[in-house]
Design a protein around this ligand. Structure first.
Ligand SMILES: Nc1nc2c(ncn2[C@@H]2O[C@H](COP(=O)(O)OP(=O)(O)OP(=O)(O)O)[C@@H](O)[C@H]2O)c(=O)[nH]1
Ligand SMILES: [Mg+2]
Length: 193
């Protein structure tokens, strides 16, 4: 698939201000704070600064809708699990993610992002299990460039085991630095839209 156009549509602070559900498919990014959701969007869409990123967690504070090729939406979400945002912000971040999963009327596909370097955290597993009630997420493992090649098979195995996936279950290895995973994600999107 060729990305011909991409644009921000809107930013919503809570469920009630999300754009009206349409018949366009929505690909929504869920993952802990700083895992690389916004970077994934920029990398996928070949845009440097469409989605704002930061080395400090807690950057994305709203559900941000991007329209791509006038064909589908990509939805960036705030991250969960960052201790340093205020209690009320943490609650709001969690709520918009969960409200979206529970109540969003548009068809959506979840990309669940996990840091390839680490075993999923307690928060990751809680969110993963929550997602499973509403969707069958595509697992995307980020920052693969930060893991030595000799360790990659092992990390993949640990992560799959902790999600109770089998070895055959798919997980997409992604890196914005090594340009890994982009074609696979674009192919997947192209197949489902
Ligand atoms: N080395 C490397 N760094 C990455 C990769 N993806 C993201 N990063 C870095 O990770 C940090 C966080 O990236 P963001 O895209 O802002 O993360 P986020 O999940 O949107 O974070 P929040 O909006 O706070 O929830 C930034 O410093 C990125 O440059 C990757 O594939 N490789
Ligand atoms: Mg972000």
């Amino acid at each position: 698939m060729i990305i011909k156009s991409s644009d921000i549509v809107t930013s919503a602070g809570d469920f009630s201000t999300l754009p009206k559900a349409s018949d366009m498919l929505e690909f929504v990014l869920i993952g802990k704070s700083n895992v690389g959701k916004s970077s994934f969007i920029n990398n996928l869409l070949n845009r440097k600064k469409l989605a704002r990123t930061s080395s400090t967690p807690g950057k994305t504070a709203t559900a941000n809708y991007y329209i791509v090729n006038d064909e589908f939406y990509i939805v960036d979400m705030p991250g969960y699990g960052y201790a340093k945002v205020s209690k009320s912000e943490k609650f709001r971040f969690d709520k918009i993610i969960k409200d979206y999963l529970r109540k969003r009327e548009a068809d959506f596909i979840v990309f669940f992002l996990l840091d390839f370097r680490h075993k999923p955290t307690e928060n990751d597993l809680k969110m993963y299990n929550y997602i499973l009630n509403y969707a069958n997420p595509i697992i995307v493992l980020t920052k693969v460039d930060k893991v030595k090649r000799s360790m990659r098979d092992k990390n993949l195995k640990v992560i799959k085991e902790s999600l109770s996936l089998t070895e055959e279950d798919k997980a997409i290895l992604y890196s914005t630095v090594e340009k890994m995973g982009r074609d696979e994600v674009l192919r997947f999107i192209n197949d489902v839209i």
